[in-house]
Design a protein around this ligand. Sequence first.
Ligand code: HDD
Length: 753
Amino acid sequence: SSHDESTPPVDAADGSGPTPPSVTPAPGRPGARPPQFDEPTTPTDAPLTSPDQAAAEPRTPTGAVPSADDATTAQQGERLTTSQGARLRDTDHSLRAGARGPVLLQDHHLREKITHFDHERIPERVVHARGAAAHGVFESFGTAASVTCADFLAPGRRTEVFTRFSTVVGSRGSMDTARDTRGFATKFYTDEGTFDLVGNNIPVFFIQDAIKFPDVIHAAKPHPDREIPQAQSAHDTFWDFVSLHTEAQHHTIWFMADRGIPRSFRMMEGFGIHTFRLTNADGETSLVKFHWKPLLGVHSLTWEEAQMIGGTDPDFHRRDLADAIEAGAYPQWELGLQVLPDDPEQMFDGIDLLDPTKIIPEELVPVQRVGRLTLDHNPRNYFAETEQVAFHPGNLVPGIDVTDDPLLQGRLFSYLDTQITRLGGPNFAQLPINRAHAPVNDMLRDGYGQQADHAGVAPYRPNSLDGGCPFTAGADEHAFEDLPVRVAESVRERRNPESFSDHFTQPRMFWASMTDVEKAHIVSAYAFELGRCYETTIRERQLACLAQIDPELCRGVAEALGLPAPKSPDLPDVTPSPALSQVGGTWPVAGRTVGIVVDPEAPDADLAALHEAVVAVSMTPLVIAPVGGTVGGVPVGRTFATGRSVELDAVLLAGAPAPGADAVPALDVKAGAPGAPGTDPRLTLLLEECWRHAKPIGAWGAGRDAATTAGLTEGMPGVHLGEDAFSVLEAVAEQLAQHRVWERFEAPSFSAG
Ligand code: HDD
């Protein structure tokens, strides 16, 4: 039968079914259509109109709501349609031969809906699969004009940018806080074409030649048999490779150090790694290294925090970036250049500038600031923007060129190539996020996913039919010039230069530049990673590498592994580079999260004012109470069940909730476990963790008693017991400026021996 009269659709518009939930359609766009792209050069359409968001629920702990002009609705019109624009009466029931009968093949809407869904996923990036991104602006200081004619670096220029941060090894759904290198890729949509700076948060790379990239990645990715472990380097194949392929040792010590577990994307440096060649308006060239310097400083998690966050909030970095931007705490970096003369040797102080496993210490060649990056709005759609953005180190603009670094040369091939699989054809540059903001006039035609409806008959040159166009640029028309760089007279060969062969002096310099607490973290990181390997020979081989870096480092790791420390050869003296250490300075506390533990039974009178005071210094207050709701008019951000210390940068005790009825069973704490009687064991745990992770702790009033009961007394490092909330907040914020209470870490045992 074709139609069963007795079973009308349950939400039929004639009112016979239940009332559909009321939704607010987007105003003013009846019959709205997806943006039409006449030419691949049209900049992205203006955002679609959105409903007023003023009444939306707060989405962040700060209570910030999306701005009213931010299009946040999925709806592009008032009535649901097919992809062809035909209005639909029903999208909830397939067309059947009777309500209980089989589904009909003729149900074109069912087939369209399911077919599209079946193809919603694209391959994740072969590396850097997991990432988060934001839009922003780059403002040039104009200070680079003497070294480059790149227009976006001229005085007063503002350029739109899109920056994507990533981990390297994990899959798209892996955790943010894995110990790994972080990608830091920025697309500058300049008036002279798109420039991509595709860097990392570590200034050196694993390998010196791109032909080794499949090897290092195969070694670092999960084992091919069981596909474990996910997003980790703590496994045999990784350490097998880096211990055999010792040019990887410099990069490896960087991510065994705290750089491998950043506190936030906002608190990472970025590096272009390779040496690039800049040209100024007079045609003079220089060699440069690019640096991003975060205004919030460079800060890391502790390893225990990173592991715990991996469980409680695998999206920690992604959330942190989006929340900060939404709350108006826009992350900022300054772009800096180390400028070196472009002489034929391309060497500096014995360092081959074409070797991407070496740095130039900042103390020898200062980083000169040339502009500021501000990330000020979140992507509207993760897939369209963050997933589909396609970076390429070959996206260069006049004034910036590559060098013969063999790693960079190979990258110039790989990035274009990979997008063809990942984005399904050669037209990915037409995706809105990838479109140049400069006018495009190419002769690339057809192919999968072609969006443009090109006019004319002559996409070739020379032609006489389409006006004889396009013309190429004249000498003074800001074209990208291939510099007449001299290529060494040589024979073709597969070989590294001798100047690439020192693999241990710079890791030794890195080690020597660390403070004791940073050294201790490095030793424990190696001990953890090698301790997770199964093969003793691999551990021994890596210890032999460490012996070539530093005997203390080697001894510390060997002790933890219960293996003999191989003897170090005679090692060169190195001059430490203080710029490599993360400890010792003070930085702005903007965007830090301050937990405020409250007792709902005896709310602190000043809670609302305290909350405001935290926001006033651009920090994020997170009120923590045994159960949800509001306390003293302030919303509870986390309960003892949903919160964990690792989300916080500092904790304030405004009160001390007594154990609730559910406290003990929820935690499964045995009676008689350590912790003060009368204090909720979850609070005890929170304080213990904050102590162990060297976070400032403040308390006043009733909170002070709780602190004392927990064994925290005035005079202990980073413990601030005061008379009132505001003086305690001030003391805590001042301490937080150093990132952690460094004194709390134990003296590392290896330095004693
Ligand atoms: Fe790469 C992605 C950074 C060497 C091949 N790379 C990718 C991304 C970053 C880097 C940040 C993610 C971009 C995004 O967010 O979409 N890669 C680097 C750095 C390197 C480096 C700093 C060395 C200095 N990469 C490198 C080599 C090769 C590749 C030597 C290949 C020979 N990289 C790729 C790739 C990826 C990529 C396969 C995967 C997804 C993509 O490009 O778009 O082409």
